[in-house]
Design a protein around this ligand. Sequence first.
Ligand code: ATP
Ligand code: MG
Length: 648
Amino acid sequence: MSQSYAPSPEFTEQANGQADLYEQAESDFEGFWAAQARERITWSKDFEETLDWSDAPFAKWFVGGELNASVNCVDRHVDAGNGDRVAIHFEGEGGDTRTITYADLQKLVAQAANALEELGVSTGDRVAIYLPMVPEAVVAMLACARLGAPHSVVFGGFSAEALHTRIADADAKLVITADGQFRRGKPSPLKAAVDAAIDHGDDESPVQTVLVVRRTEEDVRWVEGRDLWWHEVVDKQPETHEAQAFDSEHPLFILYTSGTTGKPKGIFHTTGGYLTQTAYTNAVVHDLHPESDVYWCTADIGWVTGHSYIVYGPLANGATQVLYEGTPDTPHKGRFWEIVDTYDVSILYTAPTAIRTFMKWGDDIPAKYDLSSLRVLGTVGEPINPEAWRWYREHIGGGSAPIVDTWWQTETGAIMISPLPGVTELEPGSAQKPIPGISAEILDDEGKPFTEPDKVGYLVLTKPWPSMLRGIWGDEQRYKDTYWSRFGPEYYFAGDGAKYDGEGNIWLLGRVDDVMNVSGHRLSTAEIESALVSHEAVAEAAVVGANDETTGQAVVAFVILREEAREQADEVGEGSDLVQEMRNHVAKEIGPIAKPRTIMVVSELPKTRSGKIMRRLLKDVAENREVGDVTTLADSSVMEQIQSGLQK
Ligand code: ATP
Ligand code: MG
């Protein structure tokens, strides 16, 4: 039995999320969500019906209600007398800063909305946003929301090709971009990718206008009549904008999934339900107290965590937050902790991949900073290995901050499975329980729910939820096929493997496609990875199942060593003592069946821009195939590094 961690009475006392929420949601599901919607969101017209599920799996939430998402995130805080509260502490990679209050934000959003209107954007038009992590990204999203023009944000790290397909898929008529972005101390171009995406040979681009934010001041190619500078068009606009209220089900945005498992899907979300659940979860899971907290979500705006937990949830709640443009190691490896120290960040939400990287860099780096302001820590994106969880709590959370391990997806729009920090006794490595208002089950191969511990099954959601996707953009059938057919129309199939422990906690075990079958035993990538990470030499691990003539599949592991271990080990090849020791360690932690056939020590792992390991590419390597689609990789040279390293 591993050690679990109960909340302190002081934390529980002040927590937004109390134990009675579970009972309330259980006894009156719709009443519970209706109350959340009315308490947390300002409606211009109240809704008549909480949920219409008659056309399942196409849900309508808060039917008949009208609201404006941008007014909810900005104007109403100013109206309530909080115009002087800081909304955004912007920290540029090069150290430039901007402080933006809610009153400032209101003016910026109004001007941007006026500018977009002048450029012919009207309700229902799609706008593509391809920006770095600068305040204009937030402003642009809110300006689109204000006009009821769904945005489609594309990662600043994606290629022209990826941008082209996303612009075409959403049929966007306007693109908001920047001349360039700062990455590891150097400017790199962005606008050039937009030019290439629009000039893409085969078809005529829907894009009529490109609005360009000046950030790096590098030269850019300019197309007269199409390209306009943001500062020339936006800055001259009036500082007020009369917003219209939209139907609760009005489309808010389209966002493509990370592409970890294949071709990204254009997930589309609507307004009332999405805003309700993002605001609710940010309040009860992150325990945000807008009057006193400084909140920081380190995600990029280009993935769903940036949408829900930088823009819509925290701003709907009136949070003060940090927005950081750069990477964690620029100009030095203590940058995150320096930011926490400087702004007295009290809530930090980041990804397991970042935590494992910090572990790899060493304990002495965060130790140099005062992190005592931190009172809640969160993670999202992948399962967090128990070892990394404990390191996070100890070295970042001062040994006492609760950690919320939050499971959710682009499709779910908001947090679904997570502890409540004032209620749940925390179990490192497990996302634990559906939050109040959410229902999940684990199904076996026959589609039957079970609760017996340690059996591997499929995670499903059993009730609709307010922030659920309303479809895949332009492809109703794919929506039904992907999520609502595997186990019949009453179960949303999440695509993730899961199991219960003896306490009824849910453990996420990685993608269903990644669950391995070794000599008839089902093994999860996540568990073997956690076993490897619990070895003192290992910072990070990725495991895949490779075809094997004798066992069906064999466990193949790719590991990154911690800095000290790398310095000490003189040999890390297949036959080395260290590799043998790691194999035995897995056998001891899980059982001999899980012992990796092969362990390869590498210096990098292939990851998406959102920091997730792309196991399918490693599987290609392990099975000696040409590697598949790498367009959503953060660094496309990683695969070459791994392959050339292996040939040595
Ligand atoms: P694609 O669907 O294109 O393959 P993706 O699933 O990586 O991409 P996202 O929507 O960004 O795109 O990621 C959601 C997935 O991330 C979940 O299905 C799950 O596999 C994983 N995930 C997120 N949070 C957690 C968590 N706390 N614990 C375990 N897994 C998590
Ligand atoms: Mg997915």
